[in-house]
Design a protein around this ligand. Structure first.
Ligand code: GAR
Length: 209
């Protein structure tokens, strides 16, 4: 049986929710979130950045914003399941050390195991670049274009034990245009994501779902 979602406490400007942002790549969503948090009194604050990829371009935002940033790569192991559990245990320890209350996935390209999800369920939130349940997985734009879709978008959702199957919190549509490529579509969807995700976090951290 799957675990219930247990959300974080209600945050306030005086006691903002302590967030860790997990990234794997360019970190444009992380940058949008950090700028949002700095632009006004905010009910959430980024206390830790974690990348599974040492070459993630987004890691430099940690330095720019003076936020502790860690690279936690997959540890060596011949057994793939053991390797995933060991990796997530390292992440879990880092989250606990920094007293993190909410895990924000922002372009984090690994699937979390149910072992990790069960510890954090209701306190892991993700943004996915499609209108879920359409086009889950790592190639949402490619799949939307291959399908001949006219509309796609992005979805903010809680993370559960499945792949992009958790409870949907918010979605916004983006039109697919004649001549769109994966890159053009990705750029337009990211612009929407950069507005939507911080706004959803404001509401989620102050009022819950
Ligand atoms: C974003 O579009 C995000 O929705 C997507 O990766 C991009 C990260 O961009 N996430 C996924 O596809 C997760 N399955 P960024 O690194 O520039 O923020």
């Amino acid at each position: 049986m799957s675990e219930p979602y247990i959300p974080p406490r209600r945050g306030s400007v005086n006691e903002p929710i302590r967030i860790a942002v997990l990234i794997s790549g360019s970190g444009s969503g992380l940058s949008a979130l950090l700028n949002h948090q700095q632009s006004k009194p905010c009910v959430h604050i980024t206390k830790l950045i974690i990348s599974d990829n040492k070459d993630a371009r987004g890691l430099h935002y940690g330095e720019d914003f003076k936020i502790p940033s860690l690279t936690i790569p997959l540890p060596e192991s011949v057994d793939r399941n053991k390797q995933r559990i060991m990796h997530e245990n390292l992440i879990d320890n880092a989250l606990l050390d920094s007293e993190i209350e909410l895990v924000v996935l922002s372009g984090y390209m690994r699937i979390l195991t149910s072992n990790f999800v069960s510890k954090w369920k209701g306190r892991i939130i993700n943004i996915h670049p499609s209108l879920l349940p359409k086009y889950p997985g790592a190639h949402a734009h490619r799949d939307a274009l291959a399908d001949g879709a006219k509309i796609t978008g992005c979805t903010v959702h809680l993370v559960d034990e499945g792949v992009d199957t958790g409870q949907i919190i918010a979605q916004e549509e983006v039109a697919i245009l004649e001549g769109d490529t994966i890159e053009k579509l990705q750029d337009r969807v990211k612009k929407v994501e950069h507005r939507l995700y911080p706004k959803v976090l404001d509401i989620f951290c102050s009022q819950g779902i």
